[in-house]
Design a protein around this ligand. Structure first.
Ligand SMILES: *[C@@H]1O[C@H](CO)[C@@H](O)[C@H](O)[C@H]1NC(C)=O
Ligand SMILES: *[C@@H]1O[C@H](CO)[C@@H](O)[C@H](O)[C@H]1NC(C)=O
Ligand SMILES: *[C@@H]1O[C@H](CO)[C@@H](O)[C@H](O)[C@H]1NC(C)=O
Ligand SMILES: *[C@@H]1O[C@H](CO)[C@@H](O)[C@H](O)[C@H]1NC(C)=O
Ligand SMILES: *[C@@H]1O[C@H](CO)[C@@H](O)[C@H](O)[C@H]1NC(C)=O
Ligand SMILES: *[C@@H]1O[C@H](CO)[C@@H](O)[C@H](O)[C@H]1NC(C)=O
Ligand SMILES: *[C@@H]1O[C@H](CO)[C@@H](O)[C@H](O)[C@H]1NC(C)=O
Length: 643
């Protein structure tokens, strides 16, 4: 079997992990495939009966899959009251669900011996194995180990037609959880490309608490499809939490403040991030349009946007007046930026102990504590209206959140969410010995960046191009999720699909700028695709862009020639992938990524894939990584450009 590579290392992992999983329910990980194992420390046999109550109201999720895609068939399969199932999902009793839709299932969970379970029954069909029943039919709501434990028939000798008991995985809150306000545990079926943080977000639950409930940690949070993740809920779940449209990723409508902090958890548990990567502040501020400290004449106001059709200037050069304008702008903020808080300078001074050195992160960015939460405070001068306007319109997990502004004495102060693991560049350069990302983290970061850009390109109104994507402008939060920052150069591409604009004012970061932009000032989403390719190359090789150019004579794509276009090129993968991964990555998938990067770096923008295509390739690669199916063919990647 393809996943067999995984098993030895994983079982060793479990043994070493055992001592720290005492109070919560341990996450099952890939023990789902170890059908012979009777090790109960992995929760493969079920969640331990360690709750406050021996029986409780609890919830499961199930993915609608024909023939189990309607209220009647799902309630029969899971032995659930049909009325209650339809009510919980706000549908009629005969409703048919869309395929892959998440269905909420209300159950009464109770102790049966050592483990919590809900019983249902199942009639064996030809060719069924305990694994196929648990994984394919019940999607991971049960396990082969639990089925074997419950039905003492010989392992693979299942007689078609026989009825077996299927214990479904559920649990009741422990005293500790109950004291912390948790009233229900939901057994959430993980699908591909989901993360503890994204699942927590669906239910408005703090990621830290979900990690805790599953014996996971900030260092160890990988989850796999066809496993259950316990989500600790305060209130009963509602169908809108799981039926919210998935693509495009919904903006996170639950502000983090609405999640009650766990008792005793303190502010370190809340959702905060730091903006750190402002190495290139000077360049960003180069995009400045109105300068408060006079001088700077024509060259700076020469930012002319020309629509590709009419060649008319559609964007007036902005005014460069003094403080009155800024004050007017500040006044008008309350109408443009309803969700934005306007801070007084005094508040920011007390948050940073008068902008003391101790709170300086880098450049002009400070860490501050506002109302008990960490925030990043960036001091800027020049025109910040574009960044504020844009950030105020967008609300996406992968784009840094602007929470407030302040204007004082000619300077702007922007207050952002705090990303505690700092800019990606520090992880690429391995700034300290611990700063090494593993393969899964790198893939996840790539997916996050692609998701954020895709949102910016397709779902903001009007669509925007970031224009300055680089490894200093991507910030890593405490869960190692990536957030794109520094929208100072972002530009809208108003108009029809595939439209582009021209500019004579070339700004950006050396090494990341696409040739058509450098040469002709053409602005389109394909600009970001190019930069994304460069960034991915940094992530995979562990080398900063300057080193990449240095090594190969100013020709980035030559790095790729050795692996993609030479005989036995596949052999060369190991010579360009970051050595600090120490070989812990699937070379076949690394090769697919290099192929994708090569497409992103195509000279002709229309030969490059768009962010949507990239996201799909990454999803496939990521799911192959997760399921351990590393040997998939290269042709699976055909990121055919859509233009
Ligand atoms: C695992 O099984 C052993 C013996 O069967 C039992 O003593 C122990 O409590 C179990 N552990 C858990 C976590 O259920
Ligand atoms: C435990 O049972 C008590 C009494 O039935 C009930 O009031 C309480 O809500 C239950 N607690 C949990 C966490 O289910
Ligand atoms: C199902 O639930 C409804 C509402 O809770 C109840 O009225 C009905 O009697 C239940 N049906 C069965 C078969 O238990
Ligand atoms: C579930 O099935 C097991 C084994 O058949 C049995 O011991 C247990 O009592 C059942 N639990 C419930 C709640 O019916
Ligand atoms: C069961 O497996 C056999 C051989 O592997 C195959 O010929 C048969 O069609 C399968 N039956 C079903 C119902 O899938
Ligand atoms: C588990 O079931 C799913 C859905 O049928 C399937 O796609 C997947 O390959 C199965 N996993 C394994 C390891 O067979
Ligand atoms: C739950 O247990 C953790 C440690 O296991 C502890 O830090 C936390 O304070 C406890 N919470 C409550 C509400 O007792």
């Amino acid at each position: 079997m393809k996943y067999s590579k995984f098993i030895p290392s994983i079982s060793i992992f479990f043994i070493s992990l055992f001592p720290i999983i005492l109070s919560q329910q341990p996450y099952i990980r890939q023990a789902i495939t170890l059908c012979e194992s009777t090790d109960n420390s992995t929760s493969a046999l079920g969640y331990t009966c360690n709750g406050l109550n021996r029986s409780c109201e609890s919830y499961l999720t199930f993915r609608s899959t024909p023939p189990f895609n309607s209220v009647p068939t799902i309630s029969t399969l899971l032995s659930i009251n049909r009325t209650q199932l339809s009510r919980l999902n706000s549908v009629t009793e005969n409703a048919i669900f869309e395929t892959s839709q998440t269905v909420l299932v209300p159950v009464t969970c109770s102790c049966s011996g050592q483990y919590y379970q809900v019983n249902t029954s199942y009639i064996i069909r030809q060719n069924d194995t305990y694994f196929s029943i648990a994984n394919n039919t019940f999607q991971g709501l049960s396990t082969c180990q639990a089925l074997q434990g419950q039905n003492s028939q010989l392992t693979q000798n299942l007689n078609p037609g026989a009825r077996i008991t299927v214990p479904l995985r559920c649990a009741c809150p422990t005293r500790n959880q109950s004291d912390g306000g948790v009233n229900y545990l939901l057994s959430y079926l993980v699908t591909q490309n989901q993360f503890v943080s994204s699942i927590s977000l669906l239910f408005g639950v703090d990621t830290g608490r979900t990690l805790e409930a599953n014996g996971l940690s900030e260092q160890d949070f990988n989850i796999y499809p066809f496993t259950t993740l316990l989500v600790p809920l305060q209130d009963r779940p509602v169908s809108t939490q799981v039926t919210a449209p998935q693509p495009p990723p919904p903006p996170s409508t639950t502000p983090p403040e609405s999640v009650p902090p766990p008792s005793g958890g303190g502010s370190s548990r809340t959702w905060i991030y730091a903006v750190v990567g402002v190495v290139l502040v000077s360049i960003v501020v180069g995009g400045v349009v109105f300068f408060i400290k006079k001088k700077k004449k024509s060259s700076e106001t020469d930012v002319t946007t020309i629509s590709s059709k009419s060649f008319e200037s559609v964007e007036k050069p902005l005014k460069k007046e003094e403080d009155e304008d800024s004050n007017e702008f500040l006044d008008s903020l309350s109408s443009i930026a309803q969700s934005l808080k306007v801070y007084t300078f005094k508040e920011l001074k007390s948050a940073t102990e008068d902008f003391s050195e101790r709170f300086l992160i880098k450049g002009s960015v400070y860490r501050g504590t506002i109302n008990g939460d960490l925030a990043a405070i960036k001091k800027m001068n020049g025109d910040v209206s574009k960044e504020i306007n844009l950030l105020n319109k967008i609300n996406h997990f992968n784009l840094i959140r602007l929470s407030g502004v302040c204007f004082n004495n000619g300077n702007w102060y922007l207050v952002y969410e705090y990303a505690s693991n700092g800019p990606l560049i520090e992880w690429i350069k391995h700034e300290s010995e611990e700063k090494i990302l593993n393969w899964n983290q790198r893939l996840q970061i790539a997916m996050d960046i692609a998701t954020g850009l895709n949102y910016l390109h397709r779902y903001t109104s009007p669509p925007h191009v970031h224009k300055d994507l680089n490894s200093s402008n991507v910030l890593i939060d405490r869960d190692f999720r990536a957030k794109i920052a520094n929208f100072g150069l972002a530009r809208s591409t108003e108009g029809q699909e595939g439209q582009f604009a021209l500019t004579r004012h070339i700004v950006g970061t050396k090494g990341y700028m696409a040739p058509e932009y450098l040469e002709n000032g053409i602005v389109s989403p394909k600009l970001d695709v190019y930069s994304f390719g460069v960034l991915m190359l940094e992530i995979l090789t562990g080398k900063e862009v300057s080193l990449l150019y240095g090594e190969v004579n100013m020709q980035l794509s030559e790095v790729l020639t050795t692996v993609l276009y030479e005989e036995n090129g596949q052999e060369n993968v190991k010579y360009i992938v970051d050595p600090s991964l120490q070989g812990n990555y699937p070379p076949e998938l690394a090769l697919l990524l290099f192929k994708m990067i090569d497409n992103c770096l195509k000279k002709n923008p229309s030969d490059r894939p768009n962010m949507d295509d990239i996201l799909q390739s990454l999803s496939r690669i990521s799911s192959s990584t997760m399921s351990g199916e590393w040997s998939i063919s290269i042709s699976a990647n055909s990121t055919t450009p859509s233009m």
